[in-house]
Design a protein around this ligand. Structure first.
Ligand code: AKG
Length: 240
């Protein structure tokens, strides 16, 4: 874990090849798939990061469901939540807690990139800026189906971001020459800091690219957010 922590603190991202094994993924996928297929129960938390929902509501390219554990609390019992939290504590301190979870699926042949952005642009400005996102692969991921790409963090500056149409994902302009792809096997994960620039290519393959994502930050900062009405279920816009 020391090497991983060092890499995270130096570059703003790191990876773990196997957070949990392929038998443990099965039970997670049962819940994940039922949420992904249930447009009714997830409607208030569901959107298309591609920003195309007003032009064609039938095809979701980059399905995002925020806070899936609000709809299906039993997902919280999966070992992924505990293991990722343990890692977050090792990376950023014992006061880390789960702020929100989300699922993001790239449907087959949708070929729609998630644009370059910093997660911190979505968030309010908090006095304690420690935050880490854990992105867990539920399929084998590689460049052609949309594995994550990262640029090492330079500083805690947030670039100007703009929404894709129809309140789609935030994006920014950045020199991405030195960006690195991080392919993963099922059950592997990446960790990235809130200021780390990241993106993923579109899915050009014939199968889904499913990811479960957690965001951890200090308990006190989650309290501050909630006091300001921020619970990560609302509209996407630049807040910082
Ligand atoms: O899954 C993706 O394509 C993007 C995920 C992402 O931006 C994030 O986890 O912060």
């Amino acid at each position: 874990m020391d090497i991983i922590k060092n890499e995270f603190l130096t570059n703003g991202y790191t990876k773990i090849d196997q957070l949990f094994d392929s038998t443990e993924v099965e039970s997670l996928l049962v819940i994940y798939t039922s949420l992904l297929n249930d447009k009714k129960r997830t409607a208030h938390l569901r959107s298309d990061l591609a920003g195309l929902q007003n032009t064609d509501k039938t095809i979701e390219r980059i399905t995002q469901v925020m806070r899936p554990s609000l709809v299906e609390p039993k997902i919280l019992n999966h070992i992924a939540y505990k293991k990722a939290l343990d890692c977050a504590k090792k990376l950023l301190g014992d006061d880390m807690e789960l702020d929100f979870d989300m699922l993001i699926n790239k449907a087959p042949y949708t070929n729609t990139p998630t644009p370059w952005h910093q997660d911190a642009a979505y968030w309010i400005n908090l006095p304690d800026k420690r935050a880490v996102s854990c992105w867990i692969a539920l399929d084998n991921v590689y460049e052609n189906n949309g594995c994550m790409w990262f640029l090492p963090v330079k500083d805690q500056q947030i670039l100007e971001h703009t929404n894709l149409p129809n309140e789609g994902a935030l994006y920014c302009d950045a020199d991405t020459t030195n960006a690195m792809p991080v392919p993963l096997s099922i059950g592997g994960c990446t960790f990235h800091d809130g200021f780390t620039l990241h993106y993923s290519r579109g899915n050009t393959t014939n199968s889904q690219r499913r990811a479960l994502i957690f965001n951890f930050r200090p308990k006190e900062m989650i309290k501050l957010e909630r006091n300001q009405g921020i619970d990560h279920t609302g509209v996407r816009k630049q807040r910082s």
